[in-house]
Design a protein around this ligand. Structure first.
Ligand code: PLP
Length: 225
């Protein structure tokens, strides 16, 4: 894979106003692949395992903005929050995890930006909140208890299918939920990230309102897992 070239190709397909952030998903690819993209100008990278993010962050440049995008186990939170250039946790998928993140961030005196992961896809294996529970949590003022976490928006995935209509419908559901929550939020100006779209469906996602896409295989090649 010619990483600089595939990265450039992806960038040319994003809106030219720069309003869509590209997260280069480097999971299961070696540090050299990250460097190849970094040297081509990319600064935002996504990882889905704590061990791997911690190891890469230790050896790679400090001005990389790391995003955590995988399922996060509560016993790994403290290790993850010690990474100084961790910039966003995109995959907060339960109230329990929110609690542990808040407590740990407080312990480390660190403010952390997060996204709430919402589950709309057909697959039961995917994790995340459902729309109704998030909305009722907001209506009950739940987020006001969080002092160290700043909820920046939502992350979501569409059903893994070739049916474009179904993919589009999933993204529309996520966008609708995003707009409702923004209305309910006491800090709507902070609630500004809608992360949806991966290699196979990011163009559809952008069409439905995404302003952050997480792209792995189209930049780095296929993963061996
Ligand atoms: C792996 C992963 C991606 C990237 O997927 P590609 O199909 O390789 O672009 C995006 N988001 C999440 C949450 C992932 O786990």
């Amino acid at each position: 894979m010619d990483i600089p070239r595939s990265l450039k190709e992806i960038l040319t397909t994003l809106p030219s106003d720069g309003k869509v952030t590209l997260v280069a998903v480097s999971k299961f690819h070696p540090a050299e692949s990250v460097i190849a993209a970094y040297d081509a100008g990319q600064r935002v990278f996504g990882e889905s395992r704590v061990q791997e993010l911690v190891a890469k962050a230790a050896e790679l440049p400090d001005d990389i903005q790391w995003h955590y995008i995988g399922h996060l186990q509560t016993n790994k939170v403290s290790q993850l929050l010690k990474v100084s250039n961790l910039s966003l946790i995109e995959s907060v998928d339960s109230f329990k995890l929110l609690d542990v993140l808040e407590t740990t961030a407080q312990k480390l005196s660190r403010r952390i930006d997060i996204l709430l992961e919402i589950h709309v896809a057909r697959e039961e294996t995917k994790s995340g909140f459902n729309t109704a529970e998030l909305i009722s949590w907001y209506k009950n003022g739940g987020p006001s208890n969080l002092k160290f976490l700043r909820i920046r928006g939502l992350m979501g995935m569409a059903t893994n299918t070739d049916d474009e209509t179904e993919i589009r419908k999933d993204f529309q559901s996520i966008t609708t939920c995003f707009n409702k929550i923004k209305e309910l939020s006491s800090t709507p100006e902070d609630f500004d990230i809608l992360s949806m779209g991966m290699s196979g469906d990011y163009q559809i996602a952008i069409g439905e309102g995404s302003n952050m896409v997480r792209i792995g295989s189209s930049i780095f090649g296929e993963r061996s897992y």
